[in-house]
Design a protein. Structure first.
Length: 498
């Protein structure tokens, strides 16, 4: 059984850059077999317009920034980097509209040797108070790294904000929460490297942060996302890569047993294709894991900069022939400490396969005998943003959006912003960020058809769909287009609509 504590649900994005003290990327002849295979697989994913695909298979600026940094780290990809840069130039205005997007763009530009002074101004102008670039620690640390990559001096208040938000166990939490147990390795590794770039070295703050990372390393050498989050614990490739980079950044020797074991674990995530999988229960080729893992495979911490332009011709080597094995979910259960509920069997399989925590939220009840919308006897389980139903043959989630329409007051119908599309069979259009999110994260099958116009409520732009309520929160979650899903499952349950 896996156990989960409260933690960030954001997909962790590796944000690499050139910075104050440059660590050169590898020449092609320095790549080992595994790194060469990872680089070649990543390059094979590039689309005709120079972009790299996101979750929906379409060109995505976030995925493209990650790929640029990885290719700079590995070297011998000048043409591919140039094509990716051209794509980013075309979408830069839109992508840099949020703090997270601007920081990632600056990191990629700096890594590729492109002047990003205009983006520096954007980041600085958006500070929410003196040199606090975002309330979310991960984004604030990313902004520090981005500014450092462009040669900017990091102001003391920006560092102070990080020092003030360190948790007692040495970690940092994505959101800035300082309660014990809320920290994670991804944010902690990013903050460590941001502090190094700001000139904070050999301090108790750094030492305690490294101690936290060490305590998150498993016997197999991999690192977990958060300590005591699962039972049994499972390490993942992204957390392992970030932890390697953070330890290298503070001066841990490459031959240290912790680094050696972590590299062995990272190779264990690599598939026959050359791509990295996320973790052993999700072993499929993963572009994000590959882009984040490649610099770590080369012991390149943040920052990553371009290497020698005269790099020798690459020597092709055979790929690692040990592919990760699929791990069957079977009849296991996932237990969530935050609600003290579990998801098991088919409900668990459905939850994981169709978006997990980000789409459906935590379970609020266990399984129980109930009825579906037509009054048929079924097995039911309620989640923060969904109601799952099993009729003996299949699992699905019901269209509880209809019950949620009247929960939030509709103060006004909003004029559409951005491109719009009215799906076939729908009475309403979907526009702007909502349309992008709807297309990327499940469309009609997972999120349902729109059943209202976009309206204002409590100062937010809202739109209700058959299975979800979209809420627009600028700068909250740039990797999901600043769209968050409302807790309609919990609200409908509380209002006694079921």
């Amino acid at each position: 059984m896996r156990r989960f504590t409260i933690r960030s649900t954001f997909v962790v994005i590796m944000l690499l850059m050139a910075a104050l003290v440059a660590i050169p990327a590898a020449s092609a002849n320095e790549l080992d077999s595994e790194a060469l295979d990872a680089r070649d697989w990543l390059i094979s994913q590039q689309l005709d317009d120079g972009s790299f695909p996101g979750f929906d298979g379409e060109g995505d600026p976030g995925a493209t920034t990650d790929a640029i940094v990885a290719m700079v780290a590995a070297g011998d990809a000048d043409d591919e980097i140039e094509a990716a840069r051209d794509y980013l130039d075309d979408v830069a205005d839109e992508y840099s509209a949020t703090q997270g997007g601007a920081a990632k763009l600056l990191l990629a530009y700096s890594a590729a040797g492109v002047d990003g002074s205009d983006i520096v101004d954007l980041i600085v102008d958006r500070e929410i108070e003196d040199s606090v670039y975002d309330e979310q620690i991960f984004i604030h640390a990313t902004a520090i790294l981005a500014l450092a990559s462009a040669g900017e001096t990091i102001p003391d208040p920006a560092v102070d904000f990080l020092l003030e938000t360190q948790i007692e166990d040495g970690s940092w939490a994505f959101t800035g929460d300082t309660d014990l147990g809320m920290g994670d390795t991804n944010t902690t590794a990013m903050v460590i490297q941001a502090l190094i770039q700001a000139g904070i070295e050999n301090s108790e703050v750094i030492d305690s942060a490294i101690d936290y990372l060490e305590s998150a390393q498993l016997d197999d050498g991999s690192f977990v996302y958060a300590i005591d989050a699962e039972d049994p614990p499972l390490g993942d490739s992204n957390s392992t890569a970030l932890s390697i980079q953070a330890m290298i950044a503070v001066g841990v020797d490459e031959d240290d047993e912790r680094i050696v074991a972590a590299h062995e674990a990272l190779r264990g995530f690599q598939n026959e294709s050359g791509a990295l999988g996320y973790r052993e229960d999700m072993p499929d080729d993963n572009a994000l894991s590959t882009a984040q893992g490649l610099p770590a495979m080369l012991n390149n911490p943040l920052p990553v900069v371009a290497g020698d332009e005269e790099a020798v011709e690459q020597v092709e080597t055979e790929a690692d022939d040990e592919a990760s094995e699929d791990v069957a979910v079977g009849d296991t259960c996932d237990h969530f400490d935050v609600t003290e509920e579990s998801i098991c069997h088919g409900f668990g399989d459905y939850w994981w396969a169709n978006g997990g925590l980000a789409i459906f939220g935590y379970p609020l009840t266990g399984e129980f005998d109930g009825s579906d919308a037509d009054g048929n006897d079924v097995v039911v389980q309620h989640f923060e943003r969904a109601k799952f139903v099993y009729d003996g043959d299949q699992v699905w989630h019901e269209a509880i959006g209809y019950d949620a329409i009247d929960i939030l007051p509709q103060t006004e119908i909003l004029d559409p912003v951005g491109p719009c599309d009215q799906p076939d069979g729908a009475d309403y259009a979907v526009c702007g960020a909502f349309l992008t999110y709807w297309n990327e994260f499940g469309g009609a099958e997972i999120l349902g058809m729109p059943i209202t116009d976009q309206f204002g409520s409590d100062g937010m732009a809202i739109q209700v769909f058959e299975y979800a309520r979209f809420e627009y929160h600028p700068d909250e979650w740039p990797e999901r287009h600043d769209v968050l899903l409302g807790r309609i499952g919990a609200e409908v349950l509380e209002h006694g609509e079921e």
